[in-house]
Design a protein around this ligand. Sequence first.
Ligand code: NAP
Length: 312
Amino acid sequence: MTESGTVLITGPTRNLGRYAALAMADRPAGQRPDLVLVGRAGPDLTAVADEARARGARVHEIGCDLASLAEVRAAAVAVRDLLDAGTVRPLRALVANAGLSSADTRRASADGYELTFAVNHLAHAQLIGDLLGSFTAPARIVLVGSNTYHANFWRRLLQVPEAQWADPVELARPATGARVPGTTASGIAYSNAKLAILYYAHELQRRAGAGVAVSVFEPGWMPGTALGRGAPAALQAVGRFLGRLPGVSTPQRSGPLLAALALDDRWGHLRDGAFVVKTAVTEVQPVARDRDREQRLWEATTELLDRAAAAH
Ligand SMILES: NC(=O)c1ccc[n+]([C@@H]2O[C@H](COP(=O)([O-])OP(=O)(O)OC[C@H]3O[C@@H](n4cnc5c(N)ncnc54)[C@H](OP(=O)(O)O)[C@@H]3O)[C@@H](O)[C@H]2O)c1
């Protein structure tokens, strides 16, 4: 379905997003979408754009630090300009892949919001909101979530904390005071941001209109990516080791699965924030379906985005 269109992907510079973008560029001519790559400007963005072009794709790079909502708004304008000028084919899919897990919850985005919540959720909510009227149906929005929003045996063993939901305005507030050594605050912030993505996906589908289908992809645990780059060096080394074990998910394997969600007819039926763990449509835990929280998140997100725009 997206063969005659454009796919926008955020965070294409490394790992999951990079392999997803290259998998889309690898599609045979006639099934290959135009690509709009939204990532931090610099050599990594140029490199992946060049690699995708070498595979035959038409590629546009948009430099954007997602930790700045002004840059996100400007990126949305740049996308609309490309579409209006006919420089790229109609927008058929947006893959909200970029993410991070800030090691210090006192860190704030350019707009003063807690960094993990700002990049994983707020930036994508801004981008998607600004582009919602620019899709050509049938279109898909694929958000990237994570199972860390709830605990299980392995995550308890690895001390990956589950979400501890609070009002989104609170989640957006950077921590204050001294950093407590060994704190799980950054893990909780990450899990909260990923739970927010599930809530947002459900509410987005209710508001997006029939022509836009919303789903959420979980790539499987990919230890050793740059997601934990703020973590202590020893922990990062363990991650790199684990990432080489057979059977563990890798960006090389999960990237093409993410690309498939945006492109393949097989996934054309997905909507309502359907949660896909690699290739398995999976029912989310009861905590991830909550109409009140979903509506409140929508309202609070609007409030936070409006406040940032007004301050600019
Ligand atoms: N790794 C896992 O086990 C795992 C599991 C479940 C879900 N996920 C999700 O999968 C997605 C990709 O994760 P990954 O493991 O591939 O992580 P990664 O290696 O850290 O890549 C993250 C991507 O997001 C981009 N990004 C981060 N902050 C940004 C900012 N301020 N502005 C613009 N781009 C920014 C990075 O750009 P730069 O190159 O400029 O830093 C990079 O392209 C994330 O949403 C993550 O939460 C990962």
